[in-house]
Design a protein around this ligand. Structure first.
Ligand SMILES: [Zn+2]
Length: 367
């Protein structure tokens, strides 16, 4: 089994992580007092961290999402967003993440008068600062922004236009998130069509709490290039008692077209999308060689890190360094950054990093 130190040291790429789901508990408390937010359930950092995890682990996506009112509550000022974004970059870099796309819905931070553009600008500025600090600490990281539109709101076109305006400054794609049931991807066709006409990128939360129709719409109507979670694709896969496997049309399409699945194991257990890590569809999907990637979703709410998720998968399925590298390269191939930038990370960071770790693991130690 891999040690947590080795996993941390291994270069990792992250495609699915929410800015408002990854705040440090201490920072939530600081910002609440600095900006006059009085809704927190407690002002003790440990208690608050435990409160978030308890709130998240209720086997329902809708209940899981309730915990975000407090993180969003303290993200209503430019300085707060800059600080949270900078810390996000630093925390990921310290965990050995070398490339990350972190998403946020700017419409959530407009309660006190910030515009969508001001929120995205603050987010990018925080990442710039965080990348600088991470490089100075010897753990360089590339941070990109995905701009999310919330399913319950009706601002998806406006949000999509905002995403495209910032594409040359570090925004690499557009996403929709929020409760899946009752909000199918086809409700946001105007926004998706706009993004496609602009030759920009789309990932969609689909197939998490809701099944195949949501995945089908995300791919075939909305033009999604990646699936946020996508775990319910297993509903279209039949495993017979003799171990043989039959893929339905949609499951075959997803595999044939190498549609990346942004899997978030612990988060899926918390929302009830998977019964446990051991029973997570990750195992079947990686064995069938889907384009699987490993992600955190919400580091605060689910009390996880990317290294922790890899450790859990290694404990459950013995993935080892070889498969960790495969999963990381899957993520880099699926990233929305420009091809030359992705290739640089793969060839100059990921591959040498794993080669170094493998050489060290196989070294013969003489007495
Ligand atoms: Zn998510």
């Amino acid at each position: 089994m891999l040690t947590l130190d080795t996993i941390r040291e291994a270069p990792k790429a992250l495609l699915h992580d929410h800015l408002d789901g990854g705040l440090r508990p201490r920072t939530v408390i600081d910002l609440a007092s600095e900006f006059g937010y009085d809704g927190l359930p407690t002002t003790d950092p440990d208690d608050l961290a435990a409160w978030f995890t308890r709130g998240a682990d209720r086997k329902s996506l809708e209940l899981y999402l309730e915990t975000f009112q407090h993180t969003v509550g303290v993200l209503q000022d430019r300085d707060a967003i800059v600080r949270v974004a900078a810390e996000c970059a630093e925390d990921l870099a310290a965990d050995g993440v070398v490339y990350a796309e972190v998403r946020y819905a700017p419409e959530l931070s407009t309660e006190r008068g910030l515009s969508l553009d001001e929120v995205v600008e603050a987010n990018l500025e925080g990442f710039r600062i965080g990348m600088e600090r991470a490089a100075a600490a010897g753990t360089p990281i590339v941070m990109k922004v995905l701009v999310t539109a919330m399913r319950q709101a009706a601002r998806s076109v406006e949000v999509a236009e905002c995403a495209v305006r910032w594409r040359d400054a570090g925004v690499v794609g557009f996403d929709v998130a929020g409760p899946e049931k009752g909000y199918p991807p086809t409700r946001y066709l105007d926004a998706f069509e706009y993004i496609r006409r602009e030759n920009f990128h789309i990932t969609i939360h689909a197939g998490e709490s809701f099944g195949l129709p949501s995945i089908w719409e995300a791919l075939q109507f909305a033009g999604g290039e990646r699936l946020g979670h996508g775990v319910r694709i297993v509903d279209d896969i039949t495993v017979r008692p003799d171990g043989s496997v039959e893929l339905g049309r949609l499951a075959a399409f997803v595999r044939d077209r190498r549609v990346p699945l942004e899997m978030c194991p612990t988060s899926n257990v918390h929302t009830g999308a998977a019964a446990s890590i051991e029973k997570h569809p990750f195992d079947l999907l990686r064995r069938l060689r889907y384009r699987v990637t490993v992600n955190t979703d919400n580091r605060l709410m689910s009390n996880v890190s990317l290294s922790g998720e890899f450790a859990a998968l290694d404990a459950a399925f013995g993935i080892g360094l070889g498969e960790m590298e495969w999963l990381t390269i899957n993520a880099m191939k699926s990233a929305f950054a420009a091809f030359d930038e992705r290739l640089r990370v793969i060839n100059e960071v990921v591959k040498p990093g794993y080669a170094h770790l493998r050489a060290r693991e196989s070294r013969v130690v003489v007495g």
